[in-house]
Write a protein that binds this ligand. Structure first.
Ligand SMILES: [Zn+2]
Length: 450
C-alpha cells in the first residue's frame, strides 16, 4: 500500500464525480471523500481500505463495461462482483452516504460509517468508477482517431430507424463488436482504406485492407470491369460499390460484416437483397423452374459430386433465368393490374355519381358494375401477386426489378472473387439472398486480434 494512498486520492476524486453521475453519491461528497482517503496517510483509515484494483480485476471490469449495453447500469453489479471476489459483502445503502459525507465534522463522519466493509466498499467503488471513466475517455479518443471514418457513423446514426447522436452510436456499435467477439474494433477500423477502387469503381466509405488485397487480386485475374456493367441497363446509372457500414443486418440485432469493413455491396439497385418469404413465393410462382429463393436452387447432393465452380455456374444460370423471367412477368402484369385497377376506380366514381342522381335503376346498375370490377381485380392471381409485391417492396425496388430483374452481376466476376480469393457471395446464402453482397469473416483477416 505504501505510496498508493496519494494515488488513490487523485483517482478517487475522479471516481467520486463518476459516482455522483451515476446517482450513487452526492456531488458535494468530493471534498469529504478526499478528507477520508487522505486520512489514510495518517494511518487512520488506511488499514481499512484494502488494495486498489489488481490488473486482473481491472481487466475483468474493463471487459465487463465494454460489452455492456448501458455500462452505468452495470456499475453496481460490477462493484458487488468485485467485492464478492475479495471476500466481503457490501451493503449498498452505505454507499448512498450523502448525509455522512456532507457532515461538517470529519471525525463524526468516520464514526458514522457502519463498518469497515462500508469504507472498503466506498474505496472500491471509487476505483471501479475510474475504470468506467477511463473507458469513456478511451472511446472518445478512438472517436477522434477515426477521422474521415466518422462520416459513415454519422450517416448511420442519422438513419430514420436509429436517430442517435454520432458518439453514442459509435459506442453502441463498439459494444456490439465486443459482444460479437471483437473486443478491440479499432484493430479493424484502422485498417480501412478510404480511397480505393475495385473493378474500376471507387468504393464508398472505404473497405478493409485485407478485402482490398483480395479484390485487387481478383481484378488482376479477371478482365471484367464493373464500370461497363450498366451499359445495357435502361437506366444508365453508374455502378456503385459500398464498403464500410457500421450497422446491424437489416431487421436484426447482429452486426453486418460491413461493420468490420469486410463486405462490399456491388450495384445495389440491380442486385437485390431478398428476405421476405412472401416475396420469394411470388417469384417461385412466376418463374418456369419455380425457383425458391429460400433454398439453394441447385440440388446440394450434386454439389458434393461435382466441381464447385460448375455448381456455381448452374446456380447462377438458374438465378439469372429467374431474374429475367420475373422481369418479363412484371412488365406484363403491371399494365394488366393498372387496367383492372382503373376499372374499379371508374366503377366507384360512377357509383358515386349515380347515388347523387337518386335514379334507382342507375344506382343498381352502377353497384353491379362496381362489384364485378372488384371481383375481376381480386380474382386475377397474377394481379394479386403484383399487388403483394407493390405493398411489400419499396417502389424503387419494384421499378428496378421491372426494368432489369434482380441480378445483373456477371458470372465471371462472382467466380473470380469467390474461388480465387475466398470471399463469400450473398447470392449463395441459404435462407435469404443478398445478390449485391460479398464478404470476408473477421476470422479470415490475418494477424487481427480478436
Ligand atoms: Zn452488404
Amino acid at each position: 500500500m505504501n505510496g498508493d494512498a496519494g494515488a488513490a486520492l487523485n483517482t478517487g476524486a475522479l471516481g467520486t464525480t463518476a459516482l455522483s453521475d451515476a446517482g450513487v453519491l452526492d456531488g458535494d461528497a468530493l471534498d469529504n471523500t478526499t478528507e477520508i482517503v487522505s486520512r489514510s496517510d495518517a494511518g487512520v483509515v488506511k488499514p481499512l481500505l484494502g488494495d486498489p484494483l489488481s490488473n486482473r480485476e481491472r481487466t475483468t471490469l474493463e471487459d465487463r463495461f465494454a460489452r455492456a449495453d448501458s455500462p452505468w447500469d452495470e456499475f453496481i453489479d460490477a462493484l458487488l462482483a468485485t467485492a464478492h471476489a475479495r471476500g466481503f459483502s457490501l451493503n449498498l445503502r452505505s454507499l448512498t452516504v450523502d448525509v455522512i459525507l456532507t457532515d461538517p465534522e470529519p471525525d463524526a463522519t468516520m464514526s458514522r460509517f457502519g463498518s469497515a466493509d462500508d469504507l472498503r466498499a466506498l474505496y472500491l467503488a471509487l476505483h471501479v468508477a475510474d475504470v468506467l471513466r477511463e473507458l469513456d475517455l478511451r472511446i472518445e479518443r478512438e472517436w477522434e482517431e477515426l477521422g474521415p471514418l466518422q462520416e459513415p457513423f454519422r450517416a448511420q446514426a442519422a438513419e430514420p430507424d436509429v436517430r442517435m447522436e454520432p458518439l453514442p452510436y459509435f459506442r453502441r456499435i463498439r459494444t456490439k463488436m465486443h459482444q460479437q467477439g471483437t473486443p478491440d474494433p479499432m484493430r479493424y477500423w484502422r485498417e480501412i482504406e478510404t480511397d480505393v477502387k475495385i473493378f474500376g469503381v471507387r468504393v464508398r466509405n472505404g473497405v478493409h485492407r485485407e478485402l482490398v488485397r483480395r479484390l485487387k487480386a481478383a481484378t488482376e485475374k479477371s478482365p471484367s470491369d464493373l464500370t461497363s456493367l450498366n451499359k445495357d441497363a435502361s437506366l444508365n446509372e453508374d455502378t456503385t460499390v459500398v464498403g464500410f457500414q457500421p450497422r446491424t443486418i437489416k431487421d436484426k440485432e447482429q452486426l453486418s460484416n460491413h461493420a468490420w469493413g469486410l463486405a462490399i455491396d456491388v450495384d445495389a439497385p440491380w442486385n437485390a437483397y431478398i428476405t421476405q418469404r412472401g416475396v420469394m413465393d411470388v417469384i417461385k410462382r412466376h418463374t418456369t423452374d419455380h425457383v425458391d429463393l429460400s433454398k439453394d436452387p441447385i440440388d446440394d447432393r450434386l454439389g458434393a459430386r461435382q466441381d464447385r465452380e460448375a455448381v456455381l455456374e448452374r446456380r447462377y444460370e438458374t438465378l439469372k433465368k429467374a431474374s429475367y423471367e420475373l422481369k418479363v412477368w412484371l412488365a406484363e402484369v403491371e399494365p394488366m393490374e393498372g387496367k383492372l385497377f382503373d376499372a374499379v376506380q371508374r366503377a366507384a366514381d360512377e357509383l358515386q355519381l349515380a347515388k347523387g342522381t337518386k335514379d334507382q335503376a342507375r344506382i343498381t346498375q352502377a353497384q353491379l358494375t362496381y362489384e364485378q370490377a372488384r371481383k375481376d381485380y381480386e380474382a386475377d392471381k397474377g394481379v394479386a401477386d403484383y399487388t403483394y409485391l407493390r405493398t411489400h417492396l419499396s417502389g424503387e425496388d419494384l421499378m428496378n426489378w421491372t426494368r432489369e430483374g434482380f441480378l445483373n452481376l456477371p458470372l465471371d466476376v462472382i467466380k473470380m472473387i469467390k474461388f480465387k480469393e475466398g470471399v463469400s457471395w450473398g447470392g449463395e446464402y441459404e435462407r435469404i439472398k443478398d445478390f449485391m453482397h460479398f464478404e470476408l469473416a473477421p476470422s479470415q483477416v490475418p494477424d487481427a486480434s480478436r
